[in-house]
Write a protein that binds this ligand. Sequence first.
Ligand SMILES: Cc1cc2nc3c(=O)[nH]c(=O)nc-3n(C[C@H](O)[C@H](O)[C@H](O)COP(=O)(O)O)c2cc1C
Ligand code: SF4
Length: 524
Amino acid sequence: MTYCIHVPSDTTAKALGADRVARLVEFFAEEHKLDMKVSRNSTRGLYWIEPLVEVDTEEGRYGFGPVKEGDIESLFTAEFWKGNVDHPLALGLVEEIPYLKRQERFTFSRLGITDPLSLEDYKANDGFKGLENAIRLSSQQIVDAVKESGLRGRGGAAFPTGIKWQTVLNVESPKNQKYIVCNADEGDSGTFADRLVMECDPFMLIEGMVIAGLAVGATQGYIYCRSEYPLSIENLNQAIKTAYENSFLGANILGSNNHFDLEVRMGAGAYICGEETSLLESLEGKRGLVRAKPPLPAIVGLFGQPTVVNNVLSLAAIPFIMDKGAKAYADVGVGRSRGTLPFQLTGNVKFGGLVELAFGPTLNELMYDFGGGTRSGRPLRAVQVGGPLGAYLHESQWDTSLGYEEFAQKEAVLGHGGVVMFDNTVDMSEQARFSMEFCVAESCGKCTPCRIGSTRGVEVIDRIRSGENVDGNLNLLADLCETMVDGSLCAMGGMTPFPVQSAMKYFREDFVKSTVSTANTEEL
Ligand SMILES: Cc1cc2nc3c(=O)[nH]c(=O)nc-3n(C[C@H](O)[C@H](O)[C@H](O)COP(=O)(O)O)c2cc1C
Ligand code: SF4
């Protein structure tokens, strides 16, 4: 009998030593003359126990983690390959680990189970069933299903995906060419869900994009992937090659008359290139400068043609919807937030990782029931949700349900689902400064409130932090934030004030500490 040992192969597990662990397992297996195969599966996304080594048993997969090189010898002594639980790192059946068991993995159902580049694994776990269904439907029927699912864009703005697709389907293309562009620039703080799709389940994204092509009549797709994700680019290219070889891409997809080509393009390394119009400029080979809207990219997009621009997670949700049905997706969630969102728990958190849940539970439940509070063991003080432009939430707001409208009511955003936690050693005036500084570095420079305002913002915060005319400068900062919100061309300048304003509102003591306020605004 061949024993099968699974060692994850995604970037985080590798960074934590998974490659060395895999090599050592192979080495010890040879030493012990065991018939053992090491498979490099994808991660489960439970990062506090990575590298998580799993062994196949008749009851299911048993887990051991976090496994360091120095643990391999004792694991072999304990005959871990039989699923023996008599080892300090033994975690029992992986599927029974509460962190995993309590999730609702619609999009990430294959995470940690399959070999990312194995087409057989993908197909054996419901892969390409959505495409097989979609190919039998008309474009309008596919768009209707996406509308019925209630799916809203997972890249940040939460715009209904079905409506966007309908616009592209309806519009005439001057050159008879429409495009599907996947926004894989994932630059938000603490986010890694897009990367997990691309590294761990690349066929799912390919399938979602082919279905999007069928839905709107597009024959060419591009994945604009951030340059900092080399393994994503490698795995996507490999999976695309396999998909071409097996008639899931190219001409006559699955024997039909449908055609879809797909390429990966490396991003230019700027946060603003994640903004959809800036991304299109960059894809066209130009500097990533934001375009004024209208016209919407759905009407005048890449190379002037109608274009669907969707986030990785939006496109990755499509195979589930087309396989299990729009209703199965729409049936879960809260209010107008339907389906699931893969939350990414990071920062000062005890149990960091990917938590895919139907919308609805509270932020508190996510941070404590899953995250286990802070890693430092100190009290949690602030949490930033929705990337670097998202608001900081104060304890009084943590009981909010995880839903787009519920967060909007608290002047906050869910964005791409990144949750970054801070303990009570955080200085919120420093965090506010960081937000403005981030905008200075990442602004595309097209409009004044963002380009100049962010620089002035850093200066004002510095004056506040050094105790200079604190009340007057706080008023000035509030005015500046309002100007940026109202006057900026895109959400970069328009949202940078959110973290600043929330820090000033809920953590004011960090701005006025150890200072003597002069309240003299005339000096300004
Ligand atoms: C400054 C800025 C950065 C953004 N970065 C990303 C990103 O990295 N990935 C993404 O999908 N959307 C990003 N967006 C949102 C996109 O502009 C766009 O709304 C999204 O790609 C549309 O896809 P969706 O409807 O599937 O969410 C960003 C927006 C702004 C203003
Ligand atoms: S708000 Fe900033 S990033 Fe957006 S267009 Fe203006 S300068 Fe560019």
